[in-house]
Design a protein around this ligand. Structure first.
Ligand SMILES: NC(=O)c1ccc[n+]([C@@H]2O[C@H](COP(=O)([O-])OP(=O)(O)OC[C@H]3O[C@@H](n4cnc5c(N)ncnc54)[C@H](O)[C@@H]3O)[C@@H](O)[C@H]2O)c1
Ligand SMILES: O=C(O)C(=O)C[C@@H](O)[C@H](O)[C@H](O)COP(=O)(O)O
Ligand SMILES: [Zn+2]
Length: 431
């Protein structure tokens, strides 16, 4: 059964989403947690499985890409929050979907139009009855109307609590699909098969699901952990360069707040870091997942930040201003581009209030610039951005709270900065 919700398409949005172009390990909790997670990366070979790449026409086609990355190396990162699950990372791991949904009579496969071929291939390998749900592209999927339409489709197909929703796509698709799963029958099984760098390193892991409102980013949602996450690096082959770059903003975020080795890997060869087939990008993906897995394992529901002990809010670095930019731009910016500017904003703010040395602010700008990510934003007034920031989920009452850095991988919460400081940081980011 196919439920077309309108392909949407990037259309004009494609070029409008974001601008065109564009130490030392912390001794505290987050750095240590990331180290622990990195150490927990288990390296083993993928069980032998015949696997057909999309479009390979029966498996006989030659892979046109040079084998710069071990084709069989598969990594596993464990997430142990309320219900343990595994993040599998490597070429071909999407074939493991059949095991993750074993036992379900019905599977809903939620994906954007651009991934229809991959969705068909995945569906063909499943024993369950598959309901295909094509959703609009990118942020256009994260709306109440699309959510309603997904519920209607599940109702028509008779989905019960033993059935499973699979999100195949970038972060926008998996956020929506996860919220569909979280809300259907008060919560059914959910699996993520992320197809973007950002989806793999961030959105597919950790169980934050939801949709946007005109009033704010991700304002409606739920914590709903996946049964498993399949990061199939083969799926990145066709990802547009601008989306690879945007995903790297969240990777750099993990480098700044917890794992500085990430920054060195990017700075050593930024072009290689952006090559979907490179071993460097694979390592960056693994390292960022290790940071995220450690953080959400310790604080799934984002409830434990106290003083210097930062919980899940750590991975919200750069998002207070970043989400405000997305909101005032009508969700036409790429999330990663907005987070890039947001990280520069909070670095400027930390410097303005005397928390951080200028050198760290400069490192933010240089590492993001070297990837071609935006570091300036002058598209909206300070007042409009401030209003949007007030609805950030870290805000308590009328007190704005930012994740900020005292030093590389030394995070803190900057609570209730003066409006003059917020304004000055905006002036500096607006250039
Ligand atoms: N839940 C979380 O913890 C979390 C974390 C970070 C970001 N997010 C959310 O994730 C979203 C951003 O995710 P994103 O950057 O993946 O954007 P996206 O989902 O909009 O995908 C980017 C673009 O790439 C296309 N695409 C996806 N996979 C492709 C592939 N393999 N080949 C070709 N094209 C492909 C998509 O159709 C889209 O046009 C935002 O909504 C953000 O709020 C959520
Ligand atoms: O997983 C988290 O927690 C994050 O904050 C990761 C962010 O990269 C992500 O964009 C998240 O969706 C933001 O959450 P929100 O609670 O600020 O909407
Ligand atoms: Zn994010």
């Amino acid at each position: 059964m196919a439920a077309g919700l309108g392909a949407g398409g990037r259309g004009a949005g494609g070029s409008q989403r974001g601008p065109a172009a564009a130490a030392g390990q912390r001794p505290g909790t987050a750095g240590a947690a990331a180290e622990g997670a990195a150490a927990g990366l288990r390296r083993h070979r993928h069980p032998r499985r015949r696997h057909r790449r999309p479009g390979a026409g029966g498996g006989g086609g030659r892979d046109p890409r040079p084998a710069r990355r071990g084709r069989t190396a598969v990594r596993t990162v464990e997430v142990s929050a309320e219900r343990p699950y595994r993040v599998r990372i490597g070429a071909g791991v999407r074939s493991e979907l059949v095991e993750l949904v074993a036992g379900a009579d019905r599977v809903a496969l939620v994906h954007p139009q651009v991934l229809s071929g991959q969705a068909r291939e995945l569906a063909a390998g499943l024993d369950a009855r598959v309901t295909d749900i094509t959703v609009p592209d990118a942020e256009q999927a994260k709306t109440a109307a699309v959510l309603q339409s997904c519920w209607d489709t599940l109702a028509a197909a008779g989905f019960t609590r033993s059935d499973v929703v699979v999100g195949l796509g970038g972060g926008a698709t998996t956020d929506l699909a996860g919220f569909v799963a979280a809300t259907w029958a008060r919560g059914i099984g959910f699996v993520t098969v992320p197809t973007t760098v950002l989806g793999m390193v961030d959105a597919a892991v950790g169980g934050k699901t939801g949709i946007n409102l005109p009033a704010g980013k991700n304002l409606v949602g739920a914590f709903h952990e996946p049964l498993g996450v399949l990061c199939d690096l083969d799926l990145l082959a066709g990802l547009p360069a601008a989306d690879v770059r945007a995903g790297l903003a969240e990777v750099v975020k993990c480098g700044l707040v917890a794992d500085p080795q990430i920054l060195s890997l990017v700075e050593d060869d930024p072009a290689d870091a952006q090559d979907p087939g490179s071993a460097r990008l694979a390592e960056l993906v693994e390292r960022a997942i290790a940071v995220k897995a450690a953080v959400v394992s310790a604080d799934l529901r984002e409830s434990t930040s106290q003083g210097r002990a930062i919980g899940r809010e750590l991975v919200n670095y750069g998002h207070t201003f970043g989400h405000a930019v997305e909101r005032v731009e009508g969700y036409r910016w790429r999330h990663g581009d907005a987070v890039s500017v947001g990280m520069v904003y909070v670095a400027e703010l930390a410097e303005v209030v005397g928390l951080q040395q200028p050198a760290l602010r400069d490192r933010h700008r240089s590492v993001l610039t070297t990837l071609g990510l935006p570091t300036r934003y002058s598209g909206a007034s300070f007042e409009a951005l401030l209003e949007a920031m007030r609805l950030d989920k870290k805000t308590r009452g009328s007190t704005l709270r930012f994740v900020a850095l005292e030093d590389l991988a030394v995070p803190t919460i900057l609570s209730g900065p003066e409006e003059a400081a917020l304004r000055e940081a905006h002036r500096r980011v607006a250039g």
